[in-house]
Write a protein that binds this ligand. Sequence first.
Ligand code: ATP
Ligand code: MG
Length: 199
Amino acid sequence: MRKVGIMGGTFDPIHLGHLSAAEEARARYGLERVIFIPNGQPPHKKSYPVTPAEHRYNMVRLAIASHPHFEISRVEMDRPGPSYAVDTLHALREELGGGVELYFITGADAIAEILTWRAPEELVKSCDFIAVTRPGYDLRRLREVTDALPGARVHLLDAIGVDISSTEIRARVARGESLRYLAPTPVVRYITTHELYVS
Ligand code: ATP
Ligand code: MG
């Protein structure tokens, strides 16, 4: 069975936390590739104006360009309305055909929210989950999820942990601080060129 990883997110912008989590999941679970899927319209309202999808897509493309096993998909961007994971999984199943096991990679914070996602019972039937945790992460929150969704296949990946968030990156730009070593250099350059997150 071929194993394919999926990493969904707003990626506003993509950073080394996303990339290191995806890479660790790929290596540990023997995923033949990881598909990054920037959402069109985030399903949960964000507390800030989200950057146009085309910019977020371009930054992901630049970030993964040097990795032979990382790919990007427009499937959520090109679908109108909010981007629900359950719809994306269905679309990918159709596209990839049989003989493929899908692994949805998320941070531990995101998986703990899964009960608030659309159709969680259906979602957990359509893929395995890799929850990237850190040493010391409170596993009780995750247990609430697995208790509420019997049959969910959730694998815990205790990763090295790179504590960066897109929120922090946006705040640093607004304060005029450097992004060097927090995101891939072409992404940092893209942010500067297009004057993203300046205020
Ligand atoms: P924001 O701060 O705007 O919420 P974010 O950094 O959390 O952004 P998202 O695009 O919301 O990034 O996250 C996409 C996915 O990546 C989610 O599953 C999230 O849990 C995961 N993720 C985000 N940051 C990290 C990190 N530093 N390490 C591991 N996983 C992460
Ligand atoms: Mg987040």
